[in-house]
Design a protein around this ligand. Structure first.
Ligand SMILES: Cc1cc2nc3c(=O)[nH]c(=O)nc-3n(C[C@H](O)[C@H](O)[C@H](O)COP(=O)(O)OP(=O)(O)OC[C@H]3O[C@@H](n4cnc5c(N)ncnc54)[C@H](O)[C@@H]3O)c2cc1C
Length: 488
């Protein structure tokens, strides 16, 4: 693998980049670069040498050709809402920001596909398909800001992943610029089965295999009926048990989302929508599909919610009330900013049956490290988002956050789960990869990376830990990694 020197990018190369994208779209001042030094995982910071904002696949290809020739690392970046440091330029080089490539190229209601540039926001795709009563199903809570390219790279999920699957289930084709600058097509407008599934390999590869510039996305019809319920419980454990019971009863809700008391109070402080502040947990259940099926499912849900001692149950009467319930859920992380300026959001997954156990053990870890932990869960998927609230200038608190984060991930693995449900590995969880993968597994991943990107140009330093013998050097020092290495 390539050894990086962390040398600043030569002025003549900068001039060539300016010629490719235009003077205004290469940023090099310290102030401009500081905007791109991290994503929404703010513990780890590393400035790029240059930020380059292309407007077309041809420009991306020209940039990669130049970078490949001069062995400059290129880290693709969408909106920077990632929560695992995926777009952070740990080895410097170019931060390749795709947000100018935000065109919806076509929406085809007959084939039910949209063709888009990958810098477009997730929500814009569904907005464009709305007139045909179609939509793009993956709905990360960041959907009004996050880009399709970021969603593809992280294989993002969202509240409705429970029924509709992850981004990978909704991407049919991609135009990708490889590290050499070569442009390739993966998949297409129809389901293809021939050969190796390289599209499947690319989705979720976190920018390490190339740059996706265009995507063919599957659109699905809006359901005939939707019913959304909000229930309160005294404890998150009771709510967690209700989730397990509903699914065990054979109901497949479109979404089951859970937030704890701290989070619901932060949301109430921010939105003043009349949430029950005294409840220990708030559970949202959404059912969708044909009207007749929903009536039967609704009865089953109510039965299991009441067996688990729900304090109250309310069903949205119309689209306005449904939107209000979802606003509460989708505002959760933003609202937590009222409690502390920084939040470190984890993304561990556990088997759904272990939800109640995980919830209790996370509370114990919070007490052990004297930390405030707010909890938001994609409960139906067993995907936990404990959010540790802290002040970055409090060094001792930062150390406790890092150590507690490590213990929570270890807990998820111990309970039979894994490190990430949807936020990816990035740099955040790279040190933990050996806890779920053997050295042989990791070596197989390195071979895949090598096949796509032999010179390690695309998003180096992410996802796959370098073998110990490699001695990869030149990386920017990362706070979280330094603290873990020193045992805090
Ligand atoms: C408040 C909040 C709520 C969130 N809710 C959810 C949620 O419900 N579900 C969920 O899954 N995530 C969620 N996230 C995480 C994040 O929004 C997603 O990971 C999202 O897909 C990132 O998109 P982005 O455009 O911001 O990508 P970035 O953060 O800019 O980049 C993410 C990764 O994608 C790579 N990348 C970006 N564009 C390309 C491209 N065109 N080609 C190749 N690689 C590329 C980057 O190198 C990086 O590795 C949330 C984040 C926040 C801040």
């Amino acid at each position: 693998m390539l050894q990086y020197s962390s040398m600043p990018i030569d002025k003549t190369i900068e001039t060539q980049l300016r010629a490719i994208v235009g003077d205004n779209y290469v940023l090099s001042s310290r102030v401009d670069l500081s905007v791109y030094e991290c994503d929404a995982e703010t513990l780890d910071i590393a400035s790029p040498d240059l930020v380059v904002l292309p407007s077309s696949t041809a420009e991306v290809a020209a940039i990669l050709t130049l970078a490949y020739e001069h062995k400059i690392p290129v880290s693709p970046r969408g909106a920077g809402t990632g929560l695992s440091g995926g777009a952070t330029t740990v080895l410097g080089g170019i931060s390749l920001v795709l947000t100018r490539m935000n065109k919806i190229l076509s929406v085809d209601p007959i084939d039910r596909v949209a063709v888009v540039q990958t810098g477009v926001t997730n929500v814009s795709v569904s907005e464009a398909a709305q007139k045909y009563s179609l939509y793009f199903a993956p709905d990360p809570s960041s959907q009004s800001a996050s880009t399709i390219g970021g969603n593809i790279a992280e294989n993002s999920g969202g509240p409705h992943t429970l029924k509709y699957g992850m981004t990978t289930n909704h991407v049919m084709g991609l135009k990708v610029v490889l590290a050499t600058g070569e442009i390739v097509a993966l998949g297409g407008r129809t389901r293809t089965k021939e050969g190796l599934d390289l599209l499947g390999v690319f989705v979720g590869s976190e920018g390490t295999l190339g740059i996706a510039t265009e995507a063919v996305l599957k659109l699905i019809p809006r359901p005939q009926a939707v019913e959304t319920m909000l229930a309160y419980f005294n404890t998150v454990e009771q709510a967690g048990q209700a989730v397990s019971d509903v699914i065990a009863a054979g109901v497949v809700p479109a979404a089951m989302e859970l937030i704890d008391q701290l989070t619901l109070n932060a949301v109430e402080d921010s939105l003043r929508m009349g949430l029950n502040r005294d409840a220990g947990a708030l559970l949202i259940v959404e059912l969708d599909g044909p009207r007749t099926g929903i009536t039967i499912q609704r009865k089953k849900v109510e039965e299991h919610i009441s067996t688990n001692n729900a304090l109250s149950v309310e069903w949205a009467n119309d689209a306005y009330e449904r939107a209000k319930i979802w606003k509460a859920r989708k505002s959760a992380f933003g609202a937590l900013g009222r409690i502390a300026p920084h939040g470190y959001v984890l993304d561990g997954v556990i088997p759904r049956s272990k939800l109640a156990a995980a919830i209790s053990e996370i509370a114990v870890i919070g007490q052990k490290y004297n930390l405030t932990i707010a909890n938001v869960y994609h409960a139906g998927d067993g995907n936990l988002h404990p959010c540790m609230l802290y002040h970055k200038d409090n060094e001792d608190e930062v150390k406790r956050v890092v150590q507690a984060g490590k213990e929570i991930l270890e807990l998820c693995v111990r309970l039979g789960g894994t490190l990430s449900g949807e936020h990816g590995i990035g740099i955040e969880k790279i040190l933990e990869m050996p806890s779920v993968f053997s050295e042989d597994d990791l070596e197989s991943m390195r071979w895949v990376k090598q096949a796509f990107d032999p010179e390690n140009i695309c998003n180096p330093g992410k996802v796959i830990p370098a073998p110990k013998s490699c001695g990869e050097s030149g990386g920017r020092p990362l706070l979280r990694h330094k603290l873990l290495a020193s045992g805090c």
